[in-house]
Design a protein. Structure first.
Length: 517
């Protein structure tokens, strides 16, 4: 890293330009530059200097020579793969009828590109990089003593949460990984490395059984224990159809659950006593081991999108499919691999569900509450746990949950003063099935309902966001609640409190998909 001091003025930038630096992006605090040095790219960052007064424009210039495999590496945002995926995402957004220059989605192509590349970074990771420096000598694990040559016996690491991208539809699925092994050779593996190894294979396009096998075989090869056992609890989001009837929680399963295993060495025989001990440790944590799929599972039984037809609909034209194919190539995958051949069509079919032009909200001639005479008392009417399914417009990833609605209607009045439950569900469905943000959706539902119920309305939405748990911060088990109030609810604290208390008495939202396994 080289540093050059200067001041913010035309001469400074002109001098940089003379030696080959060309500004490509400017902001208040930073100027990024790109140049060519002996046919190799160099990234430079100018930032306020700590050596002088930043207000006077004192700068430091740092030239970053990012070397990788003997070549200088471009910054992530300028790498060809990132740019290619961004271009592809722009075409997908246009195919959805979106304006790619709209404020809310202007940066979506970059965010999606970053999420996809981070979610498949495992292709460039190697297990030995994590394992070789984390094998520690541990006395007492001599061969010929105790279980499988080690008096230490079984070691179990449980509840390692990961996300992986389904190779059949490109949607993320949740993985809770449990690993058991019997050390040998007087050495043990640092506990944090089990999660690292699992992440190497989870951060790829995967299916559950192969993921379990990959983790198991890698640990067996690099750690060389007496045996390795792996059990994965997998949960794949299952989006309903577009019709309102399919949104009935009593009939629609929001997740497809699967429990798979893999064993090596002394764990190859799943009927052995060691397997029994390993499974006992999982039962302690509430894992329903009786649901373990012991004979493998076909992709048709796992991915919800595979169960439906893969024929192209009119919206899923070949040109759009080729756009998704280009994304697979940019991720380093082979789109002709048999497991991926139909993936672009499936992904596109899912995305087109959120094409807002295909949705119609019919109010069925309902013109709002009509009151005859003076109303002395009003009662609180509630509609709870109405499911919704949506797509985050920032990352093109699912978010899902329930909406609770409260409004006042006349005490003892006929049903003409109460809004039909089906109408409220249709409004929730309308604003959910599109590119959205939860805050906006909550407000839109309230604003639409307000004139229909006399102006007093409260809306609460609870949701789990895949973008919160499958990328970036990876906060597993997190959920988000939003509230919108109009009319009386905006000033009546007691009315709001009564409604919120009613939510507590209803079935709580389970955003942690693994809890449903």
């Amino acid at each position: 890293t080289y540093s050059i001091n200067g001041s913010i003025n035309r001469n400074f930038l002109d001098n940089l330009n003379r030696v080959g630096f060309v500004p490509i992006f400017k902001s208040f605090r930073h100027i990024y530059l790109l140049t060519n040095l002996r046919n190799k790219n160099v990234r430079a960052t100018i930032h306020p200097s700590t050596m002088g007064n930043a207000d006077e424009g004192s700068l430091n210039l740092e030239l970053e020579f990012g070397m990788k495999n003997g070549c200088i590496e471009l910054a992530f945002e300028h790498q060809p793969e990132t740019l290619a995926i961004q271009d592809a995402v722009k075409l997908l957004l246009e195919g959805l009828g979106e304006d790619v220059n709209r404020e809310g989605i202007r940066k979506t192509p970059f965010r999606v590109s970053k999420a996809l590349r981070e979610g498949t970074r495992g292709y460039k990771l190697h297990v030995n990089e994590f394992v070789q420096s984390a094998l520690f000598p541990e006395a007492g694990l001599d061969e010929g003593v105790g279980q499988a040559g080690g008096v230490g016996g079984l070691v179990v690491v449980r509840d390692l949460d990961h996300y992986s991208y389904c190779e059949s539809c490109l949607l993320p699925f949740h993985v809770r990984c449990h690993i058991g092994y019997v050390p040998s050779g007087k050495r043990v593996l640092g506990l944090s490395k089990f999660s690292r190894v699992a992440d190497v294979f989870a951060k790829r396009l995967q299916e559950p059984q192969r993921l379990a096998d990959d983790i198991c075989s890698a640990l067996q090869h690099w750690v060389k224990p007496s045996g390795v056992a792996v059990v994965l609890q997998c949960s794949h989001i299952h989006f309903p159809g577009m019709d309102l009837e399919s949104l009935d929680l009593s009939s629609h399963q929001g997740f497809v659950k699967l429990l798979v295993s893999s064993g090596s060495g002394v764990f190859e025989d799943e009927s052995s006593s060691l397997w029994g001990e390993f499974m006992s440790f999982l039962k302690f944590k509430g894992v329903k081991t009786q649901t373990l799929c012991r004979n493998g599972v076909s992709v048709k039984e796992w991915c919800p999108t595979v169960k439906s037809s893969t024929k192209l609909s009119p919206e899923e034209d070949p040109e759009m499919v080729s756009v998704v194919v280009s994304i697979l190539k940019s991720l380093g995958e082979d789109p002709s691999r048999k497991e991926l051949v139909a993936t672009p069509a499936r992904f596109l079919k899912w995305m087109m569900k959120f094409q807002s032009a295909n949705l119609e909200m019919k109010l069925n001639g309902f013109n709002g509450v009509k009151l005859n005479g003076e109303i002395k008392e009003k009662r609180l009417k509630c509609e709870m746990n109405m499911p919704f399914w949506s797509m985050c417009e920032h990352h093109l990833l699912p978010f899902y949950g329930v909406v609770h609605v409260g409004y006042f209607c006349a005490e003892g009045s006929s049903n003409t003063n109460a809004v039909a439950s089906s109408l409220i569900k249709s409004i929730v469905h309308f604003y959910g099935f599109k590119l959205q943000v939860q805050e906006r959706m909550t407000r839109q539902i309230a604003e639409t309902l307000s004139p229909l119920v006399g102006g007093d309305v409260i809306v609460v939405a609870e949701a789990g966001h895949t973008c919160m748990i499958s990328r970036g911060i990876e906060k597993f088990g997190s959920s988000t609640a939003t509230i919108a109030v109009l009319g009386r609810f905006s000033s009546d604290d007691a009315a709001r409190a009564v409604f919120l208390d009613k939510i507590q008495t209803t079935t709580a939202l389970k955003t942690d998909s693994s809890s449903q396994i």
